[in-house]
Design a protein around this ligand. Structure first.
Ligand code: PAF
Length: 283
């Protein structure tokens, strides 16, 4: 596996693959890789002849006071894992390469509405930063498909909407969340959990599971269910930003007839902000 930091070096390699008709998949990451990321690479391998991964801790998607400086940079370990999983090329640019004009002079991509609710309401500018870096990565790598974990469900919908609205010539593929044995969704931020917090962290999944079972069982009093779930999280030591039942398609507030739903939560446990979600199909 080659690691490349310069866009000008990447382009001719991509052009060679394209010239012989090879299908190219992109797995964008911020590094500090875990089994969930490697699963994305494996899924990419099944769908394309060439797999490009990117590692870039994107400053634009961190608000002031968030963990940009503390975010773990583990490039050597990431390279080993990516190579072992069959990645063809790792694109690991510097901030200067991605934003040569500096953070303040960036041309942004903004997906209105979807970016402003749920996590977007608690992390202003976050999804604008994500949409901007992902559209740059799409333009740099020009993949046929790009794979994203469904743990970041709102991010997945923002990227899908961007792809549709800007007529981007690629497929955005969502891959189901990979979980630890106790149900905790795999995330780079799980590394922030102290060991006592790690014991309790799977309560987030347990609370969402209970909420989704109540909905499957016929409950439609979503506000009361959200309130009760939030209280259970607080009792387990979390500081919830939100627990919400939404329409799966677009995260709108659902009415009682909606059949495809998603329950989502974001909550702090110690200094780790954990997010998770479960899809519900009512037949
Ligand atoms: O999900 C992530 O790791 C990041 O938000 C992404 C998609 C790589 C953009 O920086």
């Amino acid at each position: 596996m080659q690691t490349i930091a310069a866009i000008a070096e990447l382009r001719p390699i991509i052009a060679q693959w394209r010239a012989v008709g090879e299908r190219i998949a992109l797995v964008p990451t911020m590094g500090n890789l875990h089994a969930g990321h490697i699963h994305l690479v494996e899924q990419a391998r099944q769908r394309a002849q060439r797999v490009v991964a990117s590692v870039f801790v994107n400053p634009l998607q961190f608000s002031a006071g968030e963990d940009l400086d503390a975010y773990p940079r583990t490039l050597a370990a990431d390279q080993q894992q990516l190579a072992a999983a069959g990645t063809d090329l790792l694109f690991a640019p510097t901030e200067q390469e991605m934003y040569p004009q500096g953070r303040d002079g960036v041309t942004y991509v903004e997906v209105p509405g979807l970016s402003d609710i749920l996590c977007g309401a608690f992390r202003p500018g976050h999804f604008r930063g994500v949409a901007t870096v992902v559209s740059k990565l799409f333009n740099i790598v020009q993949p046929d498909l790009a794979l994203f974990g469904a743990k970041d469900y709102q991010q997945l919908l923002v990227i899908r909407r961007m792809e549709r609205d800007l007529n981007l010539p690629l497929e955005v593929v969502g891959i189901p969340t990979v979980r630890e044995a106790d149900g905790l969704a795999m995330s780079s931020r799980n590394g922030y959990l102290a060991s006592a917090e790690r014991q309790r962290a799977a309560q987030l999944y347990a609370v969402l599971t209970e909420l989704s079972q109540a909905v499957r069982g016929g409950r439609r009093d979503y506000a009361a269910l959200e309130q009760a779930a939030g209280e259970r999280l607080v009792a387990a030591g979390f500081r919830p930003d939100y627990v919400s039942v939404r329409r799966a398609e677009d995260l709108a507030t659902p009415d009682e007839r909606e059949r495809r739903l998603v329950v989502l939560a974001a909550a702090y446990l110690g200094k780790a902000r954990l997010i998770d979600n479960l899809l519900i199909n009512i037949d």
